[in-house]
Design a protein around this ligand. Structure first.
Ligand code: AGP
Length: 604
């Protein structure tokens, strides 16, 4: 959710923090702020709005080091200057930035107020600054550790004290915190995106750990001061992957990156000799696979919809019972964990709080959990028993596109691998491998039809509401298509399994409510045509997304190349991304940072 960044070194921290905040802004963007230690004490600037507004208000003489910065996604208290971070203690000597939720903030606020402390914001985070100041130990790290012992909830925090300008103290519990090791300088941030401009050497803190950063190095320990050693990792992506590369929006760029992203997801993973997938990171041998009786896929939002699609592919190709569930529900329903079940956690960021909680609940109960993750070294990736990295490159726009498609490809590879160990014959395996190999080029061909898709988007962009329908493997694509449209255009959109229409939603159909129908050219094609006829009989406009150029009863058709039935839905998802993009663009929406949302939902 929120983004935090910290710097210590010989440079002026202000431009480093601002650059880091720009890279983190996709995590939350309702207010922003920073604080630096200057010779006369702390200098602080914060504002409602985006980082560019913060930057515009910073005077030239605003210089110092160390410093901390924050970009906010409001949980406690409206977006306002007062609620923006950093938060200070009463004497304005300690400044903190926080990502997470302090669950006992109400009690802590009352306690601090009864001691005469004046709190100036409505946030849960502000208590941290006062608790650190109140601890009053000679070393900031001891004060931070004392303060955190009183706190219940989740945090990634960075703290500075104007009286100790030689250090920044950071700590993590439930919200990501990564150290960046520079040349005589150190950084920390909630996301590597803020670090890669300055260093590729990073260290991931684990929950319950803290670090003291100095210009010439860092020391990591547990909150109760037991020293720990963590080897630095080298981050793959260069800073260039974070640019717009000539596109107006990151979403547009990321949609167009899909041929390369899918090629990377497939690279080295198609085993033509045995007509299977080569997935070295799974850690599952043939005997393990033979013993799997059920597969459950877990994720949130688009990751969950990808899971729904994955379940159909696994059942179809591997004939193992499979289903998907939203991780946010799963974690709270005391799930029965079956010993011969395999669990798969899906998360682009690897930092979604609900997905992490589901993984931990499963691990606690002894389950085997695989992760399908994009961000290397993220929490889900580290805590799972094995998994598949997407290698899709950084996804900056809040709405998932290339990672949805790459996740679908990773799940297809998983289904193929499991299938080839179970009952899927080599000829069938080859059929899937051939179809997957064609994907990058087929996606390119869909992207080439962008002008046509934009034309359809412009015809329907004044609709107040749209329905999305699909059957079986088409249904997850209908869900994802509706999700894309509502997220970035703010047009109300609902997805239904096509046969469910007549059980209720048909009442909504009429000339004003278009239906987007996901119609694969598979065994259910005639059934889908019946649904379209029912809609047309009620004068509802239909936008069909299909590989059939002869589809009847559709006012508009978004066409894709033909693929194998198990994989075709993934291709059908691509035009729906461009459809949502062009509807949103024609309405002038804030496409990369839609209102109320954030890229990584690192709080409950
Ligand atoms: C989709 O466009 C959204 N970005 C959202 O639903 C997202 O898929 C969800 O929050 C899960 O994120 P994750 O993949 O990083 O766990």
């Amino acid at each position: 959710m929120c983004g935090i960044v910290a710097y210590i070194g010989s440079r002026d921290a202000t431009p480093v923090l601002l650059e880091g905040l720009q890279r983190l802004e996709y995590r939350g963007y309702d207010s922003a702020g920073l604080a630096v230690v200057a010779p006369g004490g702390l200098k602080v600037r914060k504002t409602t709005g985006k980082v560019r507004e913060l930057e515009a208000g910073i005077p030239r003489r605003f210089k110092g080091s160390p410093g901390v910065g924050h970009t906010r996604w409001a949980t406690h208290g409206v977006p306002s200057d007062a609620n923006a971070h950093p938060h200070l203690d009463g004497a304005a000597q300690v400044a903190i930035v926080h990502n997470g939720i302090i669950e006992n903030a109400t009690d802590l606020r009352a306690r601090l107020e009864s001691e005469g402390v004046t709190l100036v914001s409505e946030t849960d985070s502000e208590v941290l600054a006062h608790l650190i100041a109140r601890a009053g130990r000679p070393d900031l790290e001891d004060s931070v550790a004392d303060a955190l012992k009183l706190v219940e909830g989740t945090y990634g925090i960075a703290a500075i004290d104007s009286r100790q300008p030689d250090r920044v103290v950071v700590a993590r519990n439930g919200s990501p915190l990564i150290l960046g090791i520079g040349d005589k300088e150190m950084l920390a941030a909630s996301d590597v995106a803020a670090l890669v401009r300055f260093t590729r050497q990073v260290v991931h803190l684990e929950d319950g750990e803290m670090a003291v950063l100095r210009a010439d190095g860092y020391r990591t320990s547990t909150l109760d001061h037991r020293p720990i050693t963590r080897a630095p990792l080298t981050v793959e992506q260069g800073q260039d992957s974070y640019g717009l590369d000539g596109h107006i929006h990151y979403l547009h760029k990321e949609i167009h990156e899909q041929p390369e992203a899918v090629a990377r997801a497939l690279s080295g993973r198609l085993d033509r000799r045995f007509s299977t997938a080569h997935l070295g990171g799974l850690g599952l041998d043939a005997r393990d696979v033979a013993g799997i009786r059920r597969i459950k896929l877990l994720g949130c939002g688009s990751a969950y919809f990808a899971g729904l699609l994955g379940a159909t592919m696994i059942e179809g190709l591997a004939r193992i019972p499979a289903d998907a569930e939203s991780a946010s529900e799963f974690r709270y329903r005391n799930p029965v964990v079956e010993p011969d079940a395999l669990y798969v956690a899906i998360s682009q960021s690897g930092e979604t709080a609900d997905t992490i909680a589901a993984v931990r609940e499963l691990k606690r109960k002894g389950a085997r959990v695989l992760g399908i993750v994009n961000v290397v070294g993220s929490t889900v990736a580290r805590e799972c028993d094995g998994g598949i990295y997407l290698h899709a490159g950084p996804e900056i726009s809040v709405a998932s596109t290339k990672t949805f498609t790459s996740t679908g490809v990773a799940l297809a590879l998983l289904a193929l691998y499991l299938g080839r160990i179970r009952d899927l014959g080599p000829a069938e395996g080859k059929r899937i491998i051939d179809a997957l190999s064609e994907f990058p080029d087929q996606i390119r061909r869909v992207l080439d039809t962008e002008a046509d898709i934009a034309g359809v988007a412009n015809r329907f962009n004044q609709s107040a509401s749209m329905l999305f329908i699909g059957r079986v493997s088409g249904y997850p694509i209908a869900e994802e298509g509706a999700q894309k449209l509502k997220e970035i255009s703010y047009i109300h959109a609902e997805a239904y399994a096509a046969p469910e229409l007549k059980h209720g939603p048909l009442a909504l159909i009429g000339p004003e409510v278009p239906t987007v129908a996901v119609v694969p050219d598979d065994a259910l094609y005639p059934k889908n045509l019946s649904s379209l006829a029912e809609i047309r009989a009620r004068r509802g406009p239909v936008i069909a997304v299909t590989s059939r150029s002869d589809i009847p009863d559709a006012e508009a058709a978004l066409l894709v190349p033909r693929s194998e039935p198990e994989l075709a839905p993934l291709l059908l998802g691509i035009p729906l991304q461009l459809f949502a993009y062009h509807v949103a663009a024609s309405l002038g929406r804030d496409i990369d940072q839609p209102r109320n949302l954030a890229k990584s939902v690192t709080v409950e």
